[in-house]
Design a protein around this ligand. Structure first.
Ligand code: ATP
Ligand code: MG
Length: 403
């Protein structure tokens, strides 16, 4: 009797023999997976290639996937690819503790089994780490972590006013503060601010509201001093907070209050814009529906809308957004997404808004996809781009070699 023939699959990658060090900005493009057109099912490599994107066309990458289907894995992949292909600043927000760590690599065994590139990211010149952890609200810092506070001198009064108290703004005291805020020298730290306020307040000594104003202002200073998210004692410039060659990770995992998180995201984005306006930049945000929800308005939503409509378009920033609930996401964000990944299986009801709003035509494609495939593995899904809006691809994202 004939023995059944046993096929031996050729290994996808050759066995790694030595670690390769990847320096910042030296590569042209980085492979992050495979893609294929369902009509011609021959997979081709899927590259992340920032040089392909023209400055005006910008890039907003939106990833939609269920829990544990590989959203963060794709983010790590794209961040390391951006690190390797450009020398622009990278700022990312981390929601879950331990999600992003670019000093973490798979073992050699995993590399061989899963076909992961066996690499190390080389730190930028003069630095001993590829990343910079910025942590608000934590007292015990580990090595490598940096306490993160929003400096007073990097804020405008209107956003601070919203944050501190809605009531102060409409009073005389609020108007005095607003006037004082116009001179950047006054807001270097809280002592200069206090001095300037009291210099101004002298004019009102005969006013019958003087006592009340004094009370308000004192309360305002107390709130500023007590708030753990604000740096009010010394003038810190944004340049010393962020490093344009390292991967800046803002860790939001310790903040439980949604409004505080939104404040940190909004202020950070404003600071980064002021600092790197004319430079291309990479911004990564996880759980985007928390910051840019459909309903209501909050400072983070305004900042994200500005990010996707102005900064990505005008200055070529790459914005990476990750969400589990595309139906809860602001419409403008969905409409402005240039590249959309839908990984794993997602209920049709959650996708309907995305399909309606996005510039890529997923109509019909998604239905057919879910009918044909079952048991979708991690990292597999659909990818569509506005450069070719009527032709979505099937993609398989590889495990990230770092992060
Ligand atoms: N493309 C992939 N190939 C193989 N394994 C993967 C892939 N993507 C993700 N995984 C595995 O799935 C796990 C979860 O992935 P990941 O953290 O990216 O999911 P997530 O969508 O961010 O989840 P969450 O919703 O919890 O944030 C990873 O630890 C990894 O082991
Ligand atoms: Mg995740």
């Amino acid at each position: 009797m004939l023995k059944p023939i046993r096929y031996v699959l050729a290994p996808l990658h050759k066995e790694p023999t030595a670690v390769e060090f990847k320096y910042r900005g030296l590569e042209r493009r980085v492979k992050i997976g495979y893609k294929c057109n369902p009509k011609r099912p021959i997979p081709s490599p899927h590259y992340f290639d920032p040089k392909m994107y023209k400055v005006e066309s910008g890039k907003v990458i939106l990833v939609v996937a269920g829990k544990g289907m590989g959203k963060t894995n794709l983010m790590r992949n794209i961040i390391q690819a951006y690190y390797r292909t450009t020398t622009n600043p990278i700022i990312v927000f981390q929601e879950k503790a331990g999600d992003l760590n670019f000093n973490r690599y798979p073992t050699l065994r995993q590399c061989m089994r899963l076909g992961i590139e066996y690499i190390r990211l080389a730190p930028p010149v003069g630095k001993n780490s590829v990343q910079r952890y910025l942590v608000p609200l934590r007292d015990k810092l580990k090595r490598e972590e940096v306490k993160y506070k929003i400096p007073l001198c990097e804020m405008d009064y209107s956003s601070l006013e919203k944050y501190v108290s809605k009531r102060i703004g409409s009073t005389w005291a609020g108007m005095i503060l607003e006037r004082i805020w116009q001179n950047p020298r006054n807001i270097q730290n809280i002592h200069l601010l206090r001095e300037a306020v009291y210099d101004e307040l002298v004019k009102f000594e005969d006013d019958k509201l003087y006592e009340q104003m004094l009370l308000f202002l004192e309360r305002f200073f107390q709130i500023l001093e007590m708030d753990e998210l604000l740096e009010v004692h010394k003038a810190v410039s944004a340049e010393t907070i962020f490093d344009d060659q390292q991967i800046n990770i803002v860790d939001l995992s310790d903040i439980s209050d949604v409004e505080q998180k939104q404040f940190v995201v909004a202020q950070t984005l404003k600071m980064v814009e002021r600092l790197y306006k004319r430079r291309e930049c990479f911004i990564g945000i996880t759980e985007t529906h928390v910051y840019a929800p459909e309903a209501g308005s909050n400072p983070a939503k305004d900042a994200i809308v500005r990010l996707v409509t102005v900064l990505a378009r005008s200055y070529g920033w790459i914005v990476f957004l990750e969400t589990q609930s595309p139906d809860a996401l602001e419409r403008i964000v969905l409409e402005n997404a240039d590249e959309i990944y839908i990984l794993g299986y997602i209920q049709k009801s959650k996708l309907s808004k995305l399909i309606k709003c996005s510039s890529v035509c997923f109509e019909g494609f998604v239905d057919k996809y879910y009918k044909v495939v079952e048991d979708i593995p991690k990292g597999r899904g659909i990818w569509g781009s506005v450069t070719n809006p009527t032709k979505p691809y099937l993609v398989q994202i590889l495990r990230s070699p770092v992060g």
